[in-house]
Design a protein around this ligand. Structure first.
Ligand code: HEM
Length: 417
């Protein structure tokens, strides 16, 4: 089995991922404490393995652009995936290059990755993205109206931040309206790393069966959706198992990430009245910069981007030995003082330069265009349709997702009116 892209903190040192409730938007204290001139540093994992942590922007880009660093955590045994006492190095039972038949392309290298990725890129068409944007505005407005008619307080996570990406994935994959509740329920439980393992496993099984049925249905009756496109456009065709995996990758990668960016992004804006006022004064003109700055500033992916060196490689004056696992410290790489002035400040007006919130190189986020649309529409509708929206609790009372690799908030009590 392949590890889920949605993971617990696992063997990472907790002080590098658990953020301080007084400064929930800043990198975790242990990661901030490593802001030194050494931008590639040894990193001891809790399973006893030694890995390398990259905190510099340029150094991270070099690792992610270098084909000698592999994403195939199955074949090369990424140390962040090992239990206590297990050792790294090539897995004896790993398939040889070219032999993998699953569709988990996030964890593949070229040439297997290349084929699946380019099939998918071909499906994220401008026309399809525009159609999604129209639907998204409807969905956002519907949810805000429902919140308003139910009272003057809400938990923004279940009321708004979670349903938006979930419904967008339904649109993308072509899940029928009648089936959405079943799909959403199972994916919510399967992706909820806080739920009981048995419940998650059962929901995961139900979700897999649901998607397998969906694939069969698209073979029979193709629609205008991305999954139908993948079923019919691939030559040679993808197997059913590959199609189900690809759908699961999209669901896993596109769901929690965007949901947390929406909730945490709203939290950061509500916590900073000056920045929020600037956005409200000119939402159409400022929303694009707002989205990019929030992506940089919040870096919710934490230490979730990892690679394994397949050769000795020198990066930032350090030789990373073959077989070593490299962990990209994204929250720090996005605060590199060589790259941004005053990096720890949320500043919606700063000059826009590339950040690493979506990664870099051949695995750079495939859904970034969609994620940006979701944040743009989701956040601007939120701050304009509820012009007096505010936090309903103190900043330090908001429960942080410190147990999860994808950072965010478990709930966000808000009030208006
Ligand atoms: C890959 C972040 C939303 C689909 C990635 C990677 C990052 C990332 C950092 C690179 C992983 C690596 O190099 O190992 C984010 C963030 C999002 C977001 C912060 C929200 C704000 C989405 C959405 C979708 C999506 C909405 C799909 C609809 C993917 C896929 C990959 C990926 C398929 C793997 C690409 C590959 O391996 O070639 N994402 N993502 N993501 N993302 Fe996203």
């Amino acid at each position: 089995t392949t590890s889920s892209p949605v993971a617990m903190v696992g063997v990472l040192p907790p002080d590098l991922v658990e953020r301080d409730a007084r400064h929930p938007f800043d990198p975790a204290p242990g990661l901030l404490g490593r802001r030194t001139s050494d931008r590639v540093q040894p990193l001891g994992l809790r399973n006893g393995a030694e890995a390398w942590l990259v905190t510099g922007f340029e150094e991270a880009r070099r690792v992610l652009a270098d084909p000698r660093f592999s994403s195939d955590r199955v074949r090369h045994r990424d140390a962040t995936q090992l239990g206590p006492g297990e050792t790294g190095g090539p897995a004896p039972d790993a398939p040889a290059p070219g032999e993998r038949t699953d569709g988990m392309f996030v964890f593949m290298d070229p040439p297997e990755h290349t084929r699946l990725r380019s099939l998918l890129v071909g499906q994220f068409t401008v026309r399809r993205m525009r159609a999604l944007e129209d639907r998204l505005t409807e969905i956002a407005v519907e949810h805000l109206e429902a919140m308003r008619s139910a009272g003057d307080t809400a938990d923004l996570v279940p009321a708004y931040a979670l349903p938006i990406p979930s419904l967008m994935i339904c649109e993308l994959l072509g899940v029928d309206y009648a089936d959405r509740a079943e799909f959403q329920e199972n994916s919510a439980v399967a992706l909820n790393t806080g739920a009981a393992p048995e419940a998650r496993a059962a929901a995961g099984g139900a979700l897999y069966a649901f998607i397998a049925r969906l694939v069969a249905h698209k073979r029979e009756q193709p629609g205008d959706d991305l999954l139908s496109g993948l079923v019919h456009d691939a030559d040679p065709p993808l197997t059913d198992a590959q199609l189900v995996d690809v759908a699961l990758v999209l669901l896993g990668a596109g769901h929690e990430t965007t949901a947390n960016m929406l909730a945490l992004g709203a939290f950061a804006l509500l916590d900073d009245p000056d920045q929020l006022a600037a956005l409200r004064a000119d939402p159409a003109g400022r929303i694009d910069d707002t989205v990019e700055e929030l992506l940089r500033f919040l870096s919710i992916i934490q230490l979730g981007v990892t690679r394994v060196a397949t050769a000795d490689v020198e990066v930032g004056g350090v030789t990373i030995p073959a077989g070593a696992t490299v962990v990209i410290g994204t929250p720090e790489t996005n605060r590199d003082p060589r790259h941004w002035d005053d990096p720890d400040r949320l500043d919606l007006t700063r000059p826009r330069v590339p950040h690493l919130a979506f990664g870099h190189g051949i695995h750079q986020c495939l859904g970034q265009q969609l994620a940006r649309i979701e944040m743009r529409v989701g956040l601007s509708e939120l701050v304009t349709r509820l012009p007096d929206l505010r936090l309903a609790v103190g900043r330090e009372e908001v429960p942080l997702r410190n147990d999860m690799l994808i950072f965010g908030v478990h709930s966000l009590p808000v009030a208006w009116g």
